[in-house]
Design a binder for this molecule. Structure first.
Ligand code: F6P
Length: 323
C-alpha cells in the first residue's frame, strides 16, 4: 500500500474534517501518500483530487462541514459512472479508499468493491446515528448538543407564553436524535419512526400534562415520524384543543453544522487512524466503528443492512419522566 484516497460523501456532519485530518496524518505517520478526493464520488468520476500532507489539514480539527466537500452522486449509481471512477482510481495509482459517510456512501463503496475489487474502509459520518457497528456515528453528538441548545431556548419562550411547541428534528429514517434530545431537554412526548405512535396517545399525554398543571409543553418529532409531519400533528392537536396556543419549529440544517464536540473529535480521530491501519493490514470492505470504547470492524453489508436499534429502555425513561 503506497497511496490511499479519502473522500466524504452524503450529508455532511460535524467531525468529518477531523476524520479527514486523522486519515491524512495517519498516512503521513505510516509513510504513505494520501489523496483528497473532492465532492465524494464526483471527484473520483471527474478526476478532481490532490495530494494532502499533514500541514494541508491544519486548523480544521474544529471546523464543521467538510473541506473536501460532499455530494450524493447520482452518476456513481450507474455502471458507466463507476467505470469512469475506476479509471481515475487506476490513473492516480490509488491502492485503496477511505470513505467517510453514511449508508448510501457505503452502499456505493460496496458495489464499487464488488465490481472492481477496490479495497476500502468506511468511517461512519452522519448525524443520524443509524449505522450498525458503532455506538455513535461522527457528528451525532454535536447534532444532539445543537438540538438541546435550541430546545432550551424554545422552552424559555414556551413557558413565558404558556405554549405547546412541536419541534421537528432531523432523522429521515431514524429517531436517535429525537429520542435522546427529547430526554435531554425534558420533552413531554417524543415521536419517532421506530415506535408505533398514535394520535390518541399524543393527545392523551397532552391532556394529562394539562391536568397535572403544566402550562407549556415541548413535543419532539423525528423528521421520519410515520404518523405525519410536524405541521399535521400540530393541526390535529389544535383541533382537539382549540384553547392551546401551538407553535411549530423545524430545526433543519442548523443540526448539521457547527464545531464538533470533544466526543466527536476524539471519535473521528480514532476512526481515521483505525481506517488507515486496517488498510495497511490488508483489511477491506469493512467499517471502522467504536463499541464499548474499543475500535471494532464490521462487514460493510452488515453496517448497511442492520440498522442501529433504538434502546427500549430510553423509550421507557422518556415516558416515566414526562409525568
Ligand atoms: O442523513 C443526514 C440527514 O441530515 C437526514 O437527517 C436528513 O433527512 C437528510 O440528511 C437531509 O438531506 P439534505 O441535506 O440533502 O436535505
Amino acid at each position: 500500500i503506497k497511496k490511499i484516497g479519502v473522500l466524504t460523501s452524503g450529508g455532511d456532519s460535524p467531525g468529518m474534517n477531523t476524520a479527514i485530518r486523522a486519515v491524512v496524518r495517519a498516512c503521513s505517520y505510516y509513510n504513505i501518500q494520501c489523496i483528497g478526493i473532492k465532492e465524494g464520488y464526483h471527484g473520483l468520476i471527474n478526476n478532481d483530487m490532490s495530494e494532502l500532507g499533514p500541514r494541508s489539514v491544519k486548523h480544521i480539527i474544529n471546523r464543521g462541514g467538510t473541506f473536501l466537500k460532499t455530494a450524493r452522486s447520482q452518476e456513481f449509481r450507474t455502471p458507466e459512472g463507476r467505470k469512469k471512477a475506476f479509471e481515475n482510481f487506476k490513473l492516480n495509482e490509488l491502492d485503496a479508499l477511505v470513505v467517510i459517510g453514511g449508508d448510501g456512501s457505503f452502499t456505493g463503496a460496496s458495489v464499487f468493491h464488488k465490481e472492481f475489487e477496490v479495497p476500502f474502509i468506511g468511517i461512519p459520518g452522519t448525524i443520524d446515528n443509524d449505522i450498525f457497528g458503532t455506538d455513535a456515528t461522527i457528528g451525532y453528538d454535536t447534532a444532539l448538543n445543537t438540538v438541546i441548545e435550541a430546545i432550551d431556548r424554545i422552552r424559555d419562550s414556551a413557558t413565558s407564553h404558556n405554549r405547546v411547541f412541536f419541534v421537528e428534528v432531523m432523522g429521515r429514517d431514524a429517531g436517535f436524535i429525537a429520542l435522546n434530545s427529547g430526554i435531554a431537554s425534558g420533552a413531554q412526548d417524543i415521536l419517532i419512526p421506530e415506535k408505533k405512535d398514535s394520535l390518541e396517545e399524543l393527545l392523551q399525554t397532552l391532556e394529562r400534562s394539562q391536568q397535572a398543571g403544566k402550562n407549556s409543553s415541548i413535543i419532539v418529532v423525528a423528521e421520519g415520524e410515520e404518523l405525519g409531519n410536524v405541521y399535521d400533528l400540530a393541526k390535529a392537536t389544535q383541533k382537539k384543543f382549540p384553547e392551546y396556543d401551538i407553535r411549530v419549529t423545524v430545526l433543519g440544517h442548523i443540526q448539521r453544522g457547527g464545531s464538533p464536540t470533544c466526543q466527536d473529535r476524539v471519535l473521528a480521530s480514532r476512526l481515521g487512524v483505525a481506517a488507515v491501519e486496517a488498510i495497511l493490514e490488508g483489511k477491506s470492505n469493512l467499517m471502522a466503528g467504536l463499541r464499548s470504547n474499543k475500535v471494532v470492524y464490521t462487514p460493510i453489508e452488515e453496517a448497511i443492512k442492520k440498522h442501529n436499534q433504538i434502546d427500549e429502555e430510553l423509550i421507557k425513561v422518556a415516558k416515566i419522566l414526562a409525568i
